[in-house]
Ligand binder design. Structure first.
Ligand code: 3HC
Length: 283
């Protein structure tokens, strides 16, 4: 299948990163947001990230201009009617995603593959909102999207082989490496990573070591680029809690239960970098 135009629903942290890598790879990109202010924020994020890549010598200024010119923003999902391949990256909430997929199913021609960037929700549950379960799958990017090389491909029990092959070709055309995971909570990376992050939060909560020492230990002792508490702030404590809640609901294992401190920080709106306060303070 010849893919030229990519539709992206949601231009938050992940959607904007996906828009950026698609535009840099030469695709025409249309991003949909809920309203004009959200769209302006999302496109601003793309611009800022590309400017950073230029500053770091990773992108030529002319390529930045060309990539930005390939991105169109809209607040109407109907504007994705001519997209060849769609990636959804809206808030991690099943009814919200099902509504988006029902709208996409009505809007896009029946042969178009619809993918979700969900990090924890069942692909089958999302696909069930459409009449094209064989053409729906998970295409899970990692944050920051322009830097992280991995994408998990997650077919549901309904997904057809040709949709998986097309999605793999698309991911590779972005310069990313695809791995295949079954439609189970957290796929590969979050299943392992979130359990680790929850444990690190418990170590901190129980006073077994200081915040800085926990992070330094894993950075210097395991060569991780970020310690677990800094990484939790980076991902967003609300995201970690919502993934943990899905895991706990599905597996019933105590290791996936949100630690009381995490629950309270989320309730208090201390979500990490995006709110200026989490385990660390941000300007
Ligand atoms: N475009 C292209 N390249 C960029 C870029 C951009 N917008 N921004 C930065 N880069 C490049 C830099 O040039 C640099 O490349 P180099 O190593 O070749 O010089 C590299 O990316 C690192 O950038 P910085 O020097 O600015 O920043 P740091 O060295 O401090 O690294 C980090 C920042 C990449 C975020 C690093 O700390 C890291 O990898 N942290 C872990 C991130 C992680 O684990 N993410 C996964 C989260 S889980 C997830 O997303 C799943 C979800 O479902 C929850």
């Amino acid at each position: 299948m010849d893919i030229k135009k990519i539709g992206i629903v949601g231009c938050g942290q992940m959607g904007s990163g996906i828009a950026e890598v698609c535009a840099k790879a030469g695709y025409e990109v249309t991003v949909v947001e809920l309203d004009d202010p959200a769209l302006a924020r999302g496109l601003g994020r793309v611009q800022k990230s590309m400017a950073k890549a230029v500053e770091k010598g990773k992108l030529a200024p002319a390529d930045m201009e060309a990539a930005l010119a390939r991105i169109t923003g809209t607040v109407r999902i109907e504007d994705l009617a001519d997209s060849d391949f769609v990636v959804e990256a809206v808030y991690e909430d099943l009814p919200t995603k099902q509504k988006v997929f029902a709208d996409l199913d009505r809007t896009c021609p029946p042969e178009v593959i619809l993918t979700t960037n969900t990090s924890s929700i069942s692909i089958a549950a999302i696909a069930s909102a459409t009449k094209r379960g064989d053409k729906v799958l998970g295409v899970h990017f990692f944050n920051p999207v322009p830097v992280m090389k991995l994408v998990e491909l997650v077919p549901s029990l309904m997904t057809g082989e040709s949709a998986i092959a097309t999605a793999r070709g698309f991911v590779e055309s972005l310069g990313k490496t695809a791995v295949l995971a079954k439609d189970s909570p957290g796929f590969i990376v979050n299943r392992l990573l979130v359990a680790y992050l929850l444990d690190a939060i418990r170590v901190y909560e129980q006073g077994l070591a200081s915040r800085d020492d926990i992070d330094a230990a894993m950075q210097l002792g395991a060569n991780h680029p970020m310690g677990p508490l800094a990484l939790s702030d980076f991902i967003g404590l609300d995201v970690i809690k919502s993934v943990a809640d899905v895991f706990f609901q599905e597996y019933g294992e105590a290791r996936f239960k949100s630690p009381p401190l995490l629950t309270r920080m989320v309730t208090a709106g201390q979500l990490g970098r995006k709110t200026g306060k989490g385990f660390y303070d941000y300007k």
